[in-house]
Design a protein around this ligand. Sequence first.
Ligand code: IMP
Length: 190
Amino acid sequence: MKLVFATNNPNKIKEIQHILGDQVELLGLADIGCTEDIPETATTLEGNALQKAMYVFEKFGYDCFADDTGLVIEALNGEPGVYSARYAGEAKDAEANMAKVLLKLENEANRKACFKTAIAVVIGGKKTLMNGEVWGEILREKRGAKGFGYDPIFQPEGYALSFAEMDLAEKNKISHRARAVQKLVAFLNR
Ligand code: IMP
């Protein structure tokens, strides 16, 4: 079957194509000629993932899945959540985003947070949602230089390393995205 992954990130496509094997031909947005910015105006991760997958299904006629990820911080009532990429402004600057989180949590003892990835799948118009989470804590300062986004200030529960101090293979064993993708693979292979 052909399945579109509503992303422009070739690395994400390659990674999931590898897991799915050759019974699914994974196509990216460029492969189907979708060059416009797909609206992401929902107020939840699930809502955004569904909005993206439905856009491709309705406009291009392909079965599709889409993901959306956010960092959910308990003491900030779930912020930055769905606004994680642009928490400190439209520049989508990871350093500025982390600085904003650290400042807001400066005098906060509750450091509990989770990364959450929502995936929406639309097959023949039928919608299915799944998600993956990893819980941990927001550190008091940045640690490590690997990874991206909020990785330097997030330490998963049960580990002494931040995500930015872990090798990618180690992060991928426990990450929100990996957990959501495992559910997607189980769903597609059902
Ligand atoms: P997206 O939905 O995958 O584009 O993720 C939205 C935003 O969440 C990114 O711009 C990052 O700021 C943050 N993010 C997503 N995944 C990760 C991760 O694995 N580590 C750190 N930050 C992440």
